[in-house]
Design a protein around this ligand. Structure first.
Ligand code: CU
Length: 68
């Protein structure tokens, strides 16, 4: 398992948290995802043989957030 912390801009409320945690969590290979709203950060633990950072980033960006 690998661990990354993404800086995500545009998250403002519980809906954003649920939306990101829900959609990223659905990706095959994602073990866990935790949004830290106040910090603008998203921690993701994933299996790099199944999913990569680019795919995770794209799912977040598709929902209208910016990944720094
Ligand atoms: Cu929101």
């Amino acid at each position: 398992m690998e661990n990354i912390t993404l800086n995500v801009q545009g998250m403002s409320c519980g809906h954003c948290v649920n939306s990101i945690e829900g959609n990223v969590g659905e990706l095959d290979g994602v073990e866990s995802v935790k949004v830290h709203l106040e910090d603008g950060k998203v921690d993701v633990t994933f299996n790099s043989e199944k999913v990569n950072v680019k795919e995770i980033t794209e799912v977040i960006e598709e929902q209208g957030y910016d990944v720094a």
